[in-house]
Design a protein around this ligand. Structure first.
Ligand code: MSP
Length: 539
């Protein structure tokens, strides 16, 4: 990977049967953070998200609401837009599976698979969970119920089209062996390899009992199984199979950034596709999706990253328990950076996680209010008092212990960029944030030790005062750039207070002396108010 290698980042397309919750916001915040980080590094990034609108689940929800599936989807998808706007999610393409270009791509894929001999008609007898839109065998069930939703599956029996999934067992195993990081983290890859080694069964990929889906081109009484339809979005969103350009014209108003690429968009972005998904849909995003691609003569994506699930205060998050965390409510109450920070620090990137309100408050206060906010505020206030807000020229401390602390800060600042790149390459968002917060901690300790407020009272210590304030200016500048991906609102506010533009590539910005002497900073404003344990601000 070089700074110029493109990266194509996707979230799952969320079902429009209900409003989105913390779980959906988590995958999307992870994706947005990666996208912002790599953009700030100067890498070409394409970030796609969207909505999954076909299938029985949506059909059922629309009937219950007394409307048509399309009207229902139109209504819910507006809520998606509102939520992503409220959280300032900077996706490039928003795809709906009811988009015409997408439906055509699904049909084209199906036709290719039929022509390649991968499709056959058969009788389908299955146990189907509508909530998962997935069928199960008796041995998958727990006490006769779906292992995820704990509800009894439907017994389905119909004549429909099957895909020869079983013939992809070995090609998939070979692909994974040749590309060890194609499924991360490692335990998730092992899980998929384990299942593949048990062998695969052919799967039914059309339905005739309802019509809310993409019709088969040669037999429209069949609609495509919703997963088969939805997964294709990752390539239809690039113009596959025959459009050289991204379908942004077709989705005017929903795509954010125009991307000019020389040549074919699919050829440009697909080799660097990274799908972010939750662990529950990893099977679909590897075994099912990759077989579709291999069968159609295309390559699997470069990588699939699967995260775990949130619980809430030790319980499953569920409507029945009434403990569903609504991201827009958290953002409205504490700020979207606070929500984002908690997801990045405490979220299920590596394994399952637990949303605890007490931990939310503790972390917010320690890292953001007392840590980052306090550092910024006191350094800018002191700079205003002692240097009229102007960055002083660099100088060393006379006192050796303080000079040692300054040199250590310089090392930490200059080492930050490679640390962030390594953490983000590994999808370790917690480690990336920790690297930034360690700089905050070390600098706050440096302020306490150097005590510029005392130095200012002693004219003989003028050089040490200058050394400390120069150092603080460098750290503040580096912090606002380092936080661009993780706390975008705070990064902007810090940049305004420092009176610097938030532009340029991180490799140039995360360096000691990237902020020149003589620069006039702006007015210091508090960044974060401490929260009381109940969640009230003490402002
Ligand atoms: N429509 C399919 C995806 C098709 S992609 C081609 C779907 N949609 S969904 O609306 O159910 O969203 C699923 C996503 O939300 C998954 O990534 C899932 O892991 C995530 N979450 C749902 N509940 C969650 C938690 N409690 N915690 C974390 N994420 C969870 O599946």
């Amino acid at each position: 990977m070089t700074a110029q290698t493109p990266i194509y980042i996707t979230t799952p397309l969320y079902y429009v049967n209900d409003e989105l919750h913390l779980g959906h916001a988590t995958t999307t915040v992870y994706a947005d953070t990666l996208a912002r980080f790599w953009r700030a590094c100067g890498r070409p990034v394409l970030f796609l998200t969207g909505s999954d609108e076909h299938g029985q689940k949506i059909h059922k929800a629309a009937s219950a609401a007394g409307t048509t599936p399309k009207d229902f989807a139109d209504r819910i998808v507006q809520k998606f837009f509102e939520l992503w706007d409220a959280l300032d999610i900077q996706y490039d393409v928003f795809i709906r599976t009811t988009d015409d270009f997408h439906k055509r791509a699904v049909q084209a894929l199906f036709t290719r698979l039929r022509d390649g001999g991968h499709i056959r008609k058969d009788r389908y007898n299955a146990l189907y969970c509508v909530e998962c839109e997935t069928n199960y065998t008796e041995k998958d069930l727990l006490d006769g119920k779906c292992p995820i939703h704990k509800t009894a599956p439907q017994q389905v029996s119909e004549e429909n089209y099957f895909f020869t999934l079983s013939s992809f067992t070995q090609p998939l195993l070979d692909h994974i062996a040749a590309n060890p990081d194609c499924i991360v983290p490692e335990p998730r890859r092992n899980e998929i390899v384990g299942k593949l080694k048990e062998g695969l069964n052919d799967i039914s990929v059309t339905r005739t009992t309802f019509d809310w889906g993409v019709p088969l081109p040669w037999e429209p009484s069949h609609v495509v199984w919703v997963w088969w339809d939805a997964l294709v979005n990752y390539i239809s969103g690039l113009g596959w199979p025959d459009s050289p350009a991204l379908p942004t014209d077709a989705i005017q108003g929903r795509s954010r950034h125009a991307h000019e690429v020389a040549g074919n968009a699919f050829a440009h972005w697909w080799p660097s596709a990274v799908h972010l998904v939750g662990k529950d849909i990893l099977w679909h995003h590897t075994v099912v999706w990759w077989s579709q691609l291999l069968g159609a003569g295309e390559k699997p994506p470069r990588q699939v990253f699967a995260h775990g699930w949130w619980q809430v205060e030790g319980d499953k998050m569920s409507k029945t328990l009434g403990n569903v965390i609504k991201p827009q409510e958290v953002a409205a109450k504490y700020g979207r950076d606070a929500l984002r920070y908690h997801i990045l620090r405490e979220g299920p990137a590596k394994g399952d996680a637990d949303w605890r309100q007490a931990a939310f408050v503790t972390r917010f206060n320690a890292d953001l209010a007392n840590g980052l906010g306090n550092l910024l505020n006191r350094s800018l206030n002191m700079l205003g008092k002692y240097f009229d807000g102007k960055v002083p020229p660099e100088t060393a401390f006379d006192q050796p212990a303080l000079e040692k602390a300054r040199l250590s800060l310089i090392d930490r600042v200059n080492g930050l960029y490679p640390r962030l790149v390594a953490a983000i390459t590994n999808f370790d968002l917690d480690a990336a944030c920790e690297a930034v917060i360690e700089l905050v901690r070390e600098t706050n300790a440096f302020v306490n030790n150097a005590a510029p407020f005392k130095l200012a009272k002693d004219p003989a210590r003028a050089k040490d005062l200058q050394a400390s304030m120069h150092a603080l200016c460098q750290v503040d500048f580096v912090l606002c750039h380092a936080l661009r991906a993780f706390l975008p609102d705070a990064a902007n506010r810090i940049a305004t207070q420092l009176a610097v533009p938030l532009d340029g590539v991180l490799a140039d910005r995360l360096r000691w002396n990237a902020l020149g002497a003589g620069h006039q900073t702006g007015k210091a404003e508090p960044l974060f108010m401490r929260l009381e344990a109940e969640g009230n601000t003490d402002a």
